[in-house]
Structures are given as structure tokens and as C-alpha cells.
Ligand binder design. Sequence first.
Ligand code: OAD
Length: 234
Amino acid sequence: MTGDRIVVLTGAGISAESGLGTFRDENGLWARHRIEDVATPEGFARDPALVHDFYNARRAQAAKAQANAAHHALARLQRDWRGEVLIVTQNVDGLHEQAGATALHMHGALSGALCHACGHRWPAPAQMHPDAPCPACARPATRPDVVWFGEIPYFMDQIADALQACTHFAAIGTSGQVYPAAGFVAEAAACGAETWEINLAPSDVAGLFDHHIDGPASQSVPRWVTRLLAGSRR
Ligand code: OAD
């Protein structure tokens, strides 16, 4: 077991019980905002103020949120598991870190700002504005350091290496509708990993998993972690 390596992919569902809305559930963010307006480079070019308003509101909401039992359980897994545990999150909140875990933010983070003119990165202020100058090049070209549709997610090489080497893969609270993340289960399974889907309801790629655990993440993830740490896989 010492060589066992776990990759955990998380999505909006793990933060739902912390009060952060998901994207595609009833009354989710994409029922109230158009993706092409607020989550594409073209939308940002058309109306940067609208896009900053959207992420400023999400940053303010995320700043008030508390990590829940699922985030804490994954931190415990990362701390206590005999092998490696890589958490890859599609979430832009900081709740894995608040719980004491480290995570690769493949879709970026609300806590980051990026200059799209020179590529400089710095901690995002609470409120970002389209006319704020980049601290490095002084051009008014600042954007949230989040990945939009049509852009390449971060850390893809590192994630691909981890998926090829992992023995266990779990996807938690993600609808399986957005690639490349939705394809991770197939990559891990092709390399021999045992796979779990932990979700309120089966995702679009549910058929690719070995095991399914239904229910709210705050209850199902701690139970799954406890079983794994006890040496049981089911
Ligand atoms: P979605 O909103 O697409 O899916 C959320 C998933 O979480 C659904 O499958 C729900 O059933 C599940 N869920 C909701 N509440 C839950 C709970 N309490 N416990 C467990 N599961 C729960 O969110 P993501 O799959 O994360 O990308 O979305 C993926 C990407 O699409 C996001 O990163 C974002 C979005 O557009 C970009 O903005 C680039």
C-alpha cells in the first residue's frame, strides 16, 4: 500500500454546503448568467466591467465561506495517507487551503490577478476594476486569474502524470460536463486505478466509475476517507 497514490478531483458540489452556488444545479450560476458573457475571453473583451463585477461578487462570497466537513476530510486524507494524495480542483474558492490541504487549481483562483498584457501575477484585491494598472507593466490589462472557456486549464502536464501513476481516483461534486476534467476518470481507469464517484446524483460520466457514493459531500466524503484510511476500499 505504501506506493498507493490517490488523485481526487473536486468540483462545485464540494463547496455547495459551504454556501457557494454550483453552476448547473437548479438556480445555479449558469441559470443566472450567460457563460459567453462572464466566462470567456471574448466576453471579457466586450465588457470587462461586467466580468469583474461577476468575479468580485464571487470573491466576496467566497471570502465569507467556511470549509465544510468534506474539505476537512480531504485534508486529513492528504495528511494521514501512506502514499501521495493529489487534490485537483476545478473550484476557484480557497476552501481546500482553508481546511489545511494543498490543491492544484486547474481553473485558477479568485485570490489571483493576472495581467493579460505582460503575464504578471499578483494577489487579487477584494474588488478588481478594468482600469486598474498592472503593478509590473502599468497597463490597464488586469483580469482575474481564472481559466475561461476556450482557454487551457492550468497544471495539465502535472495532472496527466499523476493520473497515469495513480492507484485510486475519486471525483467529488462535479457534473462531468466540462472537459478536460470530465475525462480524468477514463485516463485514470485506463492506467489501472480504482475509481469512485462521490456526488448527490450520478454525473454525465457516471458509467465510467467502479464505485458510486451518493449523498451530500459533507457526509459521504468523511465516511469514504475514514474507510480508505482504515485500509478498506469500499
Ligand atoms: P456543476 O455545477 O456543473 O456540477 C456540480 C455537481 O455537484 C453536480 O453533479 C451536483 O449533483 C453536485 N452536487 C451539488 N451539491 C452537492 C453536495 N452537497 N454534495 C455532493 N455533490 C453535490 O459544477 P462543476 O462540475 O464543478 O468552469 O463545473 C465544472 C466547471 O464548469 C467549473 O469549474 C466552471 C463551470 O463552468 C469554468 O468556469 C471554466
